[in-house]
Design a protein around this ligand. Structure first.
Ligand code: SF4
Length: 73
């Protein structure tokens, strides 16, 4: 599953990384959500490829985002 985060719109509410810390985490510098390093595509913090066993978790996180900036495909 592909996951993207429109990081510039992130409000740092923490809901995504609380819901699915296996995939999302807080960037220590800007405080916005990012994909954990091991699932990043081309090292980009806003784009990830998530294994099948984490699709439910990533989807739950996307649905929890109050500003709807996490896209899962
Ligand atoms: S749930 Fe959305 S707004 Fe909140 S930290 Fe995650 S990406 Fe940012």
């Amino acid at each position: 599953m592909k996951v993207t985060i429109d990081r510039e719109e992130c409000t740092s509410c923490a809901l995504c990384w609380d819901a699915c810390p296996e995939v999302f985490e807080e960037n220590e510098e800007d405080g916005f959500s990012q994909i954990v390093e091991k699932f990043r595509v081309d090292g980009k913090p806003d784009t990830g490829e998530v294994p099948d066993d984490l699709t439910d978790c990533a989807t739950e996180a996307a649905e929890s985002c109050p500003v709807e900036i996490i896209e899962v495909q």
